[in-house]
Design a protein around this ligand. Structure first.
Ligand SMILES: [Zn+2]
Length: 65
């Protein structure tokens, strides 16, 4: 079984952007390779083109376990 999560970017008016784990909701100020909260490897960052997220979404829908 291989699980991954991705960062959801939260922008704030008075604070720096945060990145929230799509799996456990842990927040960090920088997108890391592994979530500090749940330890899942993260797919997707600000460097990825949008189609990558769609592929990840497909992967989540299809399931791989
Ligand atoms: Zn997490």
């Amino acid at each position: 079984m291989k699980k991954t999560a991705k960062w959801i970017r939260r922008t704030h008016v008075f604070r720096r952007d945060e990145y929230e784990c799509s799996s456990c909701g842990a927040k960090t100020d920088k997108p890391k390779k592994v979530c500090p909260g749940c330890g899942l490897p993260m797919k997707g960052s600000k460097y990825d083109p949008s189609w990558v997220e769609e592929v990840v979404l497909m992967d989540m829908i299809l399931g791989d376990d």
